[in-house]
Ligand binder design. Structure first.
Ligand code: SAM
Length: 281
């Protein structure tokens, strides 16, 4: 075994002992980060290059600091985003929410689809849609000034229209025109605080995680915002917790002007996002 392999194996064991959910992945990612290579290029690192910085990063991860805060970057679909204290780290399960949204917009056959991302955080969803949906016009809103420090960096040079404000009354200039409203809002019930993984509880901003006792407070408000923004036939896509698949689609009822409300699983087959279409008048 070469030195690097041995060090990574030892680091993996330390992270596993600390309860890190994917210890091998993180030990390799941190080795790649420290050496400035991709994970698949680790074999090219010379044994003699191995240095103490690696063990500093491992010690931080052992304390359950998120991998992405240590490296300062998060990968999301085809994007590499800058992240750190003050902004929510985008999660892989949100990638499938965006995947569904891209298919939905393509199926609309609109030349320049108008898209709104509510609660944009790092900008992950808005930027992915701007990149992957040709000729889309993407608008995004975020409330937290701390988060926006990161959003602005990530959106530099992009064509996303970023605004600061409350999602609930955002984009009144776009009322009735939007083709797709998408959101990954805070949705963890306050009652579940103690069960949240330390990486999220201690490092993601509280405003990004919790929304009232049952976690659905903001989603209930966003239902009205989405209805105001969408054109008839436009579509809303909202991420939720894997325990809320039986509740969120019921917020988008026919009485409130919706059709085709449905719930969808993520790649792990857990209930993950609800969708609905604004009913025709
Ligand atoms: C779960 S994070 C999701 C961030 C990003 N959309 C993503 O998927 O990575 C929720 C975000 O909503 C923001 N937020 C919470 N309440 C908001 C509100 N009323 N209006 C706008 N943004 C809000 C938080 O600051 C946070 O950035």
């Amino acid at each position: 075994m070469n030195l690097l392999l041995a060090e990574v194996a030892q680091a993996t064991q330390r992270l596993a002992d600390a309860g890190v959910p994917s210890p091998r992945n993180d030990a390799e990612e941190l080795a790649a980060f420290v050496h400035g290579v991709k994970r698949g290029e680790l074999h090219s690192v010379k044994d003699a290059d191995f240095d103490a910085r690696y063990w500093e990063t491992i010690a931080r991860r052992e304390q359950r600091e998120p991998l992405q805060h240590i490296t300062g970057r998060a990968f999301f679909r085809y994007l590499e985003l800058q992240v750190g204290p003050g902004v929510f780290v985008p999660r892989p399960e949100t990638e499938s929410v965006v995947g569904w949204a891209i298919d939905a917009v393509r199926a609309m056959d609109v030349v320049e689809p108008l898209i709104v991302d509510l609660c944009t955080g790092s900008g992950a969803i808005a930027l992915a849609l701007a990149q992957e949906v040709p000729r889309s016009r993407v608008h995004a809103v975020e409330l937290s000034e701390d988060a926006l420090q990161w959003t602005r960096k990530n959106m530099e040079g992009s064509r996303v229209d970023l605004r600061q404000g409350n999602a609930l009354d955002a984009f009144q200039d776009l009322d009735g025109q939007v083709d797709l409203v998408i959101s990954n809002p805070p949705y963890i019930p306050l009652t579940e605080w103690e069960y949240v993984a330390p990486e999220a509880r201690d490092y993601d901003p509280e405003l990004a995680l919790f929304s009232g006792e049952d976690g659905l407070e903001l989603i209930r408000g966003l239902e009205r915002t989405a209805h105001r923004l969408l054109r008839p036939g436009g579509v809303v896509v909202i991420e939720h917790a894997d325990t809320q698949g039986g509740q969120v689609p019921w917020i988008f009822t026919e009485e409130r002007g919706w059709a085709d409300a449905a719930d969808h699983p993520d790649l792990n087959n857990r209930p993950r996002f609800a969708t609905a279409r604004k009913a025709m008048p």
